[in-house]
Ligand binder design. Structure first.
Ligand SMILES: Nc1ncnc2c1ncn2[C@@H]1O[C@@H]2COP(=O)(O)O[C@H]2[C@H]1O
Length: 682
């Protein structure tokens, strides 16, 4: 029977599980070690569903045929297989199916709860978890860590195993260094033999534990699924070439000490065959460390020093064979033997400086071999170090190239200096924030689901603060996370301009943005981490397609931009999100409208009071003008009278003298009212 399981609902790494407490590792081994304590309730649920499947269809058959049919069931159900030891187990698991229903209802109620917090929903890739349900109980009383429990399979990516690898690698290093050293140099004396042997057998114990207890419990991937059955893990280890080398490395040739004596340290030579563990440790470190270049360089340096060490041992052995200080080429038995020989080996291997001239065939052969090793092996190793460093600094070199290219281009365009500086500042800031200019380029090489999980993990801290995502179903976030484009803004940068057509909505990742008033003199709102803006013009409420306000970045800020098409596509399937956005947009529009109306009313009132003042002033002026005009009129009539009188006098004169009468209009004086009123306004 095939069961379709909604992976989002029941995936062991789903965040929803983190609300519940659970029993560690009680139900198999499907979720990641990091996720174990919080996530296994949902793992439990998956098992429950599967349990039913198996009871109905495959009872009894799978166990007999080993792990492979079970793995197929896993493939069908996208979840790990159950284990049945007895009928009781089946009943127990059946009751757990009821738990699952309870869990579901609890989950639904959580979903409905208004103050529900968004918790990480990153689906981590499948990875093993140390667990062995039935046998685990045996060791419970001892409170042993899972790694020490001989009945618990070991996660090859877990910390416990990597720490163990470190210990084995240390023992391997001890053997690799000390076996040739003690074989050639006279450093093992009867006085210190006991100490050397104690160290030797301690290392042998670690080797033995590794072969007998650790490696056979190591889980492995089969057709994409982790196999945690101990019989299978043991069988898998025994099939490997590594197992053969591990066993040979433990050959107890030391028993021949009784025959040859304890000074024949060469009998411990097989211990050097455990080289695979040394490589395995480096591979594990390479995966785990954030800067694996250190490990890679460390490994290459180890090879270089080890080769020089072997060379030094060979030089001393040859010198001893020919006779110490017997000629000009051999070691002269002066000073610290190891340091002097190591110095000689370094000089010859790297062909630096003047080397002593060989004097016989054996010495010539030795020198030729040393130089050949220097030319080929050392050149190769040093070249490797150069490559590692080049890879480590490639990103920075690309950044420099990009910045230089951009600066050259802008200079050629003769753009203003301030703009060029702004571009340089943006490049620098974006680089320090992201360590790359195009995140998507890196992520595009991953499969879709993995890409989404990475994006969720990277942006989770910000997205969990967005109210919209908290209030809506988690799948909205999963749908949107890959459409979010990161954007960096410099201080004062304009993010959206009032009146422009809106194409993107924004989420503040870090920093602050100001929503400015119409005249850009007032800050209407400060948007901080997790705030959303720019949605009104995207939703097109009341036909609004243009930005309702200008938004500026206050200082440096990082935003996510979401395009109109992506938002529309997501909202089509998430009506509740559309509703929330619409409500929020409505509220802002109403608030803005109320503010604008208030401002308009205030303006009108101010205008009204100004016009009132003006009219009263005018009235006052007008009344002042009428007084002036009556006075003027009086003056004018007086002057007319006097003029008349004068003319009468002059007429009388002319009549007497025969002179022509003066023209009347020319005698008119300018209107004094005009002169007075203008003087008043000023
Ligand atoms: N008063 C306000 N408070 C908070 N945000 C606002 C306010 N006015 C406008 N905005 C936001 O600023 C955005 C400007 O572009 P939009 O009109 O698309 O959407 C707008 C809102 O998201």
């Amino acid at each position: 029977m095939e069961i379709t399981v909604d992976v989002h609902t029941v995936h062991p790494s789903s965040s929803k599980t983190s609300h519940h407490t659970s029993t560690k590792g009680a139900y198999g081994s499907w979720c990641t070690p990091q996720a174990t304590p919080t996530r296994d309730i949902l793992t439990k649920t998956v098992y429950n569903i599967e349990t039913k499947t198996n009871v109905q269809d495959d009872t009894g058959q799978h166990r007999d045929r080993g792990i492979f049919p079970l793995q197929k069931v896993r493939l069908l159900t996208s979840s790990p297989p159950p284990r049945f030891n007895s009928k009781k187990d089946v009943i127990e698991k059946d009751t757990e199916l009821k738990d699952f229903k309870n869990l579901q209802s609890r989950d639904n109620s959580l979903k409905r709860s208004p103050d529900r917090k968004l918790v990480p929903i990153v689906e981590t890739p499948q990875s093993p978890v140390p667990s062995s349900p039935s046998r685990y109980k045996k060791c419970k009383g001892l409170v042993l860590p899972a790694f020490c429990d001989p009945f618990v399979p070991i996660d090859p990516q877990g910390r416990g195993y990597i720490s163990w690898l470190l210990l084995v690698t240390f023992c391997y290093g001890y053997n690799a260094w000390c076996v040739p050293l003690r074989t050639t140099f006279p450093y093992q004396t009867p006085q210190n033999t006991a100490l050397w042997m104690a160290a030797d057998y301690l290392c042998d114990l670690v080797y033995l534990l590794d072969v007998a207890l650790v490696k056979p419990r190591l889980m492995f991937l089969h057709e994409g699924f982790w196999v945690d059955d101990l019989r299978e893990t043991r069988r898998n280890y025994r099939k490997k070439l590594q197992y053969k080398f591990d066993v040979i490395s433990l050959l107890p040739l030391d028993v021949l000490y009784f025959y040859f004596g304890t000074h024949k340290v060469i009998l411990r030579f097989p211990r050097l065959l455990k080289l695979q563990t040394f490589w395995e440790f480096h591979q594990a470190m390479d995966r785990v460390l954030s800067s694996p270049y250190v490990v890679r360089i460390g490994k290459t340096l180890f090879y270089i020093f080890y080769l020089i060490h072997l060379n030094a041992c060979a030089y001393y052995a040859m010198s001893d064979y020919i006779g110490l200080a017997s000629n000009g080429w051999v070691y002269d038995n002066q000073g610290n033997a190891y340091i002097r020989c190591f110095y000689f080996a370094t000089k010859t291997a790297t062909s630096i400086g003047k080397n002593p001239k060989p004097e016989n065939t054996a010495e010539y052969l030795f020198m030729t071999a040393a130089w050949l090793m220097g030319v080929f092996v050392f050149a190769l190793l040093i070249g490797q170090i150069r490559d590692i460093i080049a890879t480590a600094t490639r990103a920075r070199a690309e950044y420099r190239k990009c910045v230089d290219g951009c600066a050259r281009y802008l200079r050629r365009l003769n753009l203003p200096r301030a703009l060029r500086r702004r571009v340089a500042c943006w490049l620098h800031y974006t680089w320090t924030q992201q360590r790359c200019f195009d995140e998507s380029k890196i992520l595009n090489s991953l499969p879709y689901n993995m890409k989404r999980d990475v994006a969720l993990a990277v942006h989770m801290s910000t997205l969990s603060k967005v109210q919209l995502f908290r209030d809506c179903s988690a799948s909205l976030l999963r749908d949107l996370v890959l459409q979010l484009r990161p954007l960096s803004c410099l201080p004062g940068d304009l993010v959206v301009r009032r009146g422009d057509v809106g194409h993107h909505m924004y989420i503040v990742k870090s920093g602050e943005c100001y929503v400015m008033s119409q005249d850009e003199k007032e800050v209407l709102a400060t948007l901080r981490e997790g705030s959303v803006f720019g949605e009104i013009s995207l939703l097109g409420i009341d036909g609004l397609r243009r930005r309702t306000a200008t938004v500026r970045s206050r200082g440096y800020s990082n935003l996510f931009a979401l395009s109109r098409n992506d938002l529309d596509a997501a909202l089509k399937h998430h009506k509740e999100a559309a509703q929330i956005l619409r409500l929020r947009a409505d509220q802002i529009i109403r608030e803005n409208a109320a503010r604008q109306t208030k401002q308009r009313l205030a303006k009108l009132e101010a205008k009204k009071s100004a016009s009132n003042e003006e009219s009263t002033a005018r009235k006052r002026r007008q009344s002042g003008a009428s007084i002036d005009s009556s006075q003027g009129r009086r003056r004018r009539s007086a002057s007319t009278m006097s003029r008349r009188r004068l003319s009468a006098v002059s007429e009388n004169k002319a009549q007497g003298d025969d002179a022509p009468p003066p023209a009347y209009p020319q005698a008119r004086t300018p209107l004094p009212t005009i002169v007075y009123s203008s003087a008043n306004e000023s």
